[in-house]
Design a protein around this ligand. Structure first.
Ligand SMILES: C[S@@+](CC[C@H](N)C(=O)[O-])C[C@H]1O[C@@H](n2cnc3c(N)ncnc32)[C@H](O)[C@@H]1O
Length: 275
């Protein structure tokens, strides 16, 4: 009998996900449910008000950009950019642009607040992008970057029906494979914890960085995001030696009612462009 399993193909480096993928909607919903509370809670502390001009880079599903627009419209506005921005629903005060932050023109001294979540992590040019973002801020303007430290996943916590060793190994194998594939795609796994120093280097002041951890249970948004990864990144998983059976096993563990693990850390770092 011929196998239906496709042969693993080397994957080109570059952004590992794709907003054209049929699973991108799940990704944006899980990110919104899991991390908007953190992102907007921190942004709220920046004193947003009517009239400010904001930039949301790599806006994805657009939930944070819409939240910002609701705070700064009608006299202010938000520019939401993405290489593939078609998931962003329109809103008052929101402009949407197809824009690659690594190379497309960006106005200088133009924005009071810039936010990017889970974008710079993916970009090999992240330090140059950060410098561009600093130049795009008005003097006194604030930037917030929210990004994972992909080295900090907690192991499975043995509990109830997942007390045996197999489940812990399946989950550990899945996390290790995901780290390998992200690295192959150009992700800096430690970026979350390195951001604050990079922001200082880029000339920002008043740096404030906060690490956040979540409990991931079977129906948590973070777990939904991981399960989504097994579908969205399937071709890349196969390219690093993972099989469809491995992915099914990882999904079984993460969907188990007793699944519990500490998330990786999400760092939220803020800085100010000096006057
Ligand atoms: C992991 S998603 C995060 C989406 C959103 N920021 C969030 O946290 O919900 C990364 C987003 O960045 C976009 N992106 C990737 N490379 C980009 C680039 N070079 N310039 C602008 N956007 C980019 C992707 O298309 C995707 O929408």
């Amino acid at each position: 009998m011929t196998s239906t399993q496709p042969q693993p193909q080397p994957q080109p480096p570059g952004y590992a996900f794709d907003n054209d993928n049929g699973h991108a909607g799940e990704q944006h919903r899980a990110l919104t449910a899991g991390y908007d509370g953190l992102s907007v809670g921190r942004l709220a502390g920046l004193g947003l008000r009517d009239g400010l001009r904001c930039l949301e880079v790599g806006a994805g599903g657009g939930s944070v950009a819409r939240w910002l627009a609701a705070r700064v419209a009608p006299t202010g506005s938000v520019l939401a950019t993405d290489i593939k921005p078609h998931h962003i629903a329109p809103a008052e005060g929101l402009e949407v642009a197809v824009h690659d932050i690594t190379r497309d023109p960006l106005p200088e001294c133009a924005f009071d607040v810039i936010h990017a979540r889970l974008v710079l992590l993916h970009l090999p040019e992240r330090l140059q992008v950060l410098e561009r973002l600093v130049r795009a801020l008005r003097p006194g303007g604030r930037i917030q970057l929210d990004d994972f430290d992909e080295t900090t996943y907690g192991p499975l916590i043995p509990l109830g029906g997942l007390r045996g060793g197999d489940a812990a190994e399946v989950y550990a194998t899945y996390i290790a494979a995901k780290q390998r594939l992200l690295e192959a795609a150009g992700v800096d796994l430690t970026w979350g914890r390195s951001m604050a120093a990079a922001m200082e280097q880029a000339g920002l002041t008043d740096i404030d960085t906060e690490p956040h951890v979540q409990s991931w249970r079977c129906h948590s948004p973070g777990t939904a995001l991981q399960i989504h990864n097994t579908h969205h990144l399937r071709t890349r998983f196969l390219a690093v030696g993972v099989t469809d059976e491995d992915l099914r096993a990882a999904r079984r563990v993460m969907s188990h009612p007793h699944f519990l693990a500490a998330s990786c850390l999400m760092y939220s770092a803020q800085g100010r462009r000096p006057y």
